[in-house]
Design a binder for this molecule. Structure first.
Ligand SMILES: Cc1cc2nc3c(=O)[nH]c(=O)nc-3n(C[C@H](O)[C@H](O)[C@H](O)COP(=O)(O)O)c2cc1C
Length: 179
């Protein structure tokens, strides 16, 4: 299955990108594409600018990448308790193409931060609003103290409980939806 994975952050060496990418490797028979938000160039959304320029190609490309994937793994960076400005801006543009940005795709929501909170506030916000945006949410996992559980040399999560949670989340993507 085609997995689209990304960190909801434009940090080049994003820990959320690392977490989403690693979790994608845990999906059985996954064919992985990692999307890099730092390479996406978009102006700041406003309805005035939208009237002027319409829908930017970069927002259409993001929407289409979700549309052509079988499943999505996104890991949210937390900035002051909420989404990173880069993700929120991309998401706002994409939501003007269709509010169901995730297009009913089986999706895993993750979040991580270097601290003990594990970006839990932004994950809670994302979970709460998921039904409005066409997310078929299969699992949500917050990973605290990222640098303590991630081995940068191998690019993998080494802490057993976190690894078990991520494995279960990845497997939930491949499972058929409950009736
Ligand atoms: C402006 C700003 C605000 C932040 N606010 C939070 C926060 O509210 N909660 C948190 O856990 N970490 C916060 N952090 C730390 C981020 O979790 C940390 O920078 C993390 O690496 C971001 O994820 P990324 O590497 O995927 O971009 C903040 C960082 C910045 C730059």
């Amino acid at each position: 299955m085609k997995i689209l994975a990304f960190g909801a952050s434009n940090t080049k060496n994003s820990i959320n990108k690392a977490l989403a990418s690693f979790t994608a490797t845990l999906v059985p028979n996954g064919e992985i594409e990692v999307l890099e938000l730092d390479k996406i160039d978009l102006p700041l959304f406003s309805t005035d600018l939208e009237k002027e320029i319409g829908q930017p190609q970069a927002a259409r490309d993001f929407f289409d990448k979700i549309g052509s994937a079988d499943a999505v793994i996104v890991s949210f960076a937390e900035h002051n308790g909420s989404y990173s400005a880069a993700y929120k801006n991309l998401f706002d543009w994409a939501s003007r193409i269709d509010q169901k940005v995730y297009q009913g795709k089986p999706t895993v929501y993750l979040s991580t931060s270097p601290g003990p909170g594990g970006a839990g506030s932004v994950l809670a916000a994302a979970k709460g609003s998921a039904p409005f945006f066409g997310v078929d949410l299969r699992a949500a996992v917050s990973v605290a103290n990222f640098h303590d559980v991630y081995d940068a040399e191998t690019g993998s999560i080494t802490e057993p409980k976190t690894l078990a949670d991520l494995t279960a989340a990845a497997e939930a993507l491949a499972a058929k939806q409950a009736a």
